[in-house]
Design a protein around this ligand. Structure first.
Ligand code: NAD
Ligand code: MG
Length: 362
């Protein structure tokens, strides 16, 4: 197991990554100051509950913790105010107080939801992330927690750092193949924004990683989380630098919104978005020859690199202007200047975006 430290003053916390992290949870909790005198409340979804809830509960109870739980439906619809209220009710009934801790056992949905509960329950209590998806290497680090509003994703949220992230690579084995690919899209993104040698390593080890070789997985997650940690430590509340984490997301969010999640999930949309960003960079003369390699690495992870569904450029641009990451309707993009380096470009000319969208559907 490897340890990575997030340095945020008194909000600092460790990320433990590797096989067997779940079994070592009691010791890790204790070390994080959450001792057996505190009540624990696990939030998980129906898929993860059927696989890992009993095991997790047993590990914690055997170590002397009082544990209760709440199981939500799987998928994005669980990130709602209605489900949020149900969890608060269950936690109150279970007698959770200010000293208690919420544990998120699941992917990004459960992490964001349980994190928002923890951020607000009695004005904020301790929170622990036990990520079970590859994508959650992204969502479990950085402290952004939220639920959705019917009019927009992640609209109701907070910054609330966990006390600990325990990332057990053994739990990833049961992930459906599409979720695996989607998770790798964000791993690749972390290389693309920060570290060319990591991108090369991901290309070289694509096969082993997709076979779930634990040593490789541990290394990939450690390196991807390290990038996120480096960025978040410099810009906890997204004043500037943190925006580079949105590489592929201006295009990606629009594709996702227009295609529907069933046809294109978040990671897949971000993959196509990174190709689009690379093409836009080349068109604007910011970079040369970045799109070919971007496509190559994504394809090694069975990710899409072009739009299979016909989308109208007008609709895509309207969706981009509505994106909450945009500034007053301007088109803001994170664009590669080379593999492993990006720049934020504000107010990009619409015509160039249209040209990229045309080329992406050819
Ligand atoms: P998810 O939590 O819905 O998990 C994907 C699917 O995999 C679900 O059906 C889940 O039940 C299942 N699953 C989870 N772990 C499993 C396992 N080990 N074995 C088998 N099945 C398993 O989705 P996700 O992709 O992990 O996360 C997406 C969410 O993360 C979005 O809501 C997004 O907004 C959020 N997110 C947040 C941040 C942040 O900084 N807070 C960053 C990125 C994404
Ligand atoms: Mg993302």
């Amino acid at each position: 197991m490897k340890r990575l430290q997030v340095e945020l003053g008194e909000r600092s916390y460790p990320i433990w990554i590797g096989p067997g992290a779940l079994g070592r949870l009691p010791g890790l909790l204790e070390e994080a100051g959450i001792d057996t005198g505190r009540k624990l409340f696990i939030v998980t979804d129906e898929h993860v509950a059927s696989l890992y809830l009993e095991k997790t509960t047993t590990i914690l109870r055997d170590a002397g913790y009082a544990v209760s739980h709440f199981v939500v439906v799987a998928g994005e619809k669980a990130k709602s105010l209605a489900v949020y209220e149900q969890i608060i009710t269950a936690a109150l009934k279970a007698g959770l107080d200010r000293k208690s801790a919420f544990l998120a056992l699941g992917g990004g949905v459960v992490g964001d939801l349980a994190g928002f509960v923890a951020a607000t329950y009695m004005r904020g209590v301790a929170f622990v992330q036990i990520p079970t998806t590859l994508l959650a290497h992204d969502s479990s680090v950085g402290g952004k927690v939220a639920v959705n509003h019917p009019l927009g994703k992640n609209i109701i949220g907070a910054f609330h750092q966990p006390k600990l992230v325990a990332y057990d690579t053994e739990l990833l084995k049961t992930l459906p193949p599409r979720e695996v690919a989607a998770g790798f899209a964000e791993v690749i993104k972390h290389g693309m924004i920060w570290d060319e040698t990591f991108v090369t390593w991901l290309e070289e080890n694509a096969e082993g990683l997709q076979r779930f070789d634990h040593t490789l997985l541990q290394e990939a997650l450690l390196r991807a989380c390290s990038v996120k940690v480096a960025v978040v430590s410099q810009d906890e509340r997204e004043q500037g630098l943190r925006a580079i984490l949105n590489l592929g997301h201006t295009f990606g969010h629009a594709f996702e919104a227009l295609c529907g999640y069933e046809k294109l999930n978040h990671g897949e949309a971000v993959a196509i978005g990174m190709v689009a960003a690379a093409m836009l960079s080349e068109k604007m003369g910011i970079a040369h020859d970045v799109s070919k390699r971007t496509r190559r690495v994504l394809m090694k992870y069975r990710l899409p690199v072009s739009l299979m569904l016909p989308l109208k450029a007008d609709d895509v641009i309207a969706a981009m202007r509505r994106d909450k990451k945009g500034e007053g309707g301007k088109l803001v993009f994170v664009l590669p200047t080379a593999i492993g380096k990006v720049e934020i470009k504000k107010d990009v000319a619409e015509e160039q975006v249209r040209e990229v969208l045309r080329a992406l559907q050819e």
